[in-house]
Design a protein around this ligand. Sequence first.
Ligand SMILES: C[S@@+](CC[C@H](N)C(=O)[O-])C[C@H]1O[C@@H](n2cnc3c(N)ncnc32)[C@H](O)[C@@H]1O
Length: 228
Amino acid sequence: MTGEARPDFPRRVRSFVRRPGRLTSAQQRALDERLPRYAVDVDLTDLRAAFDRPAPLVVEIGFGNGEALAWMAAREPEKNFVGIEVHEPGVGRLVRQLDDQGLGNVRIAMRDAVEVLSGQVPSASLAQVRVYFPDPWPKKRHHKRRIVQPAFVEGIAERLEPGGILHLATDWAPYAQWMVEVAEGCERLENLGDPWSERPAWRPQTHFERRGLGRGHEIFDLVYRRGC
Ligand SMILES: C[S@@+](CC[C@H](N)C(=O)[O-])C[C@H]1O[C@@H](n2cnc3c(N)ncnc32)[C@H](O)[C@@H]1O
């Protein structure tokens, strides 16, 4: 099942806008020649099968240019990572980093994360889900595009193993507050902060974080654990 969303991830307004025509020829070549080595097969019904070894599975949603994902995968070699991103140039950049660093514990799904989570991720199969600096969609009429929504968080909680972690970060204070309200509505998740957490050692500074800091924004980390 790949195209249809399960009821716990109802089809919704998308959290991204595709901007075609921005791929350089080097990026296109990286996608054509190198992505197949890392791409998750769209017919897989369990993301864990994308790896040739069992290991705790961490999913990063919206990895952007992939810098943080490559950094994390290099520092947590005992874990498997799946990065989900729709922005093709970013995927091209990550593929090059994985090749250059010889990282074998990362797979890539170049698709809408909502589709991947609803179709390829069984219940209680993920150790962690990391969502760093998702598009804040600041205008009120665009709030429905924010990826952090009640159904999205419920769906993630369902797919986390008991004890599994959902880690969110943003530099947009109103979105941080929104995230808290949404996540507090999910009974299975327990906030490990008050409500904010210190940046955990596993998260590097990201590209969009640096951009936010350059604009004088405060950074908010939220760490939730699935109770049972
Ligand atoms: C603001 S950027 C943050 C990138 C990176 N995490 C960082 O901190 O630098 C948000 C990213 O999420 C991606 N994105 C948004 N909605 C998505 C979805 N439904 N599925 C996959 N990627 C998505 C966008 O393409 C974009 O690259």
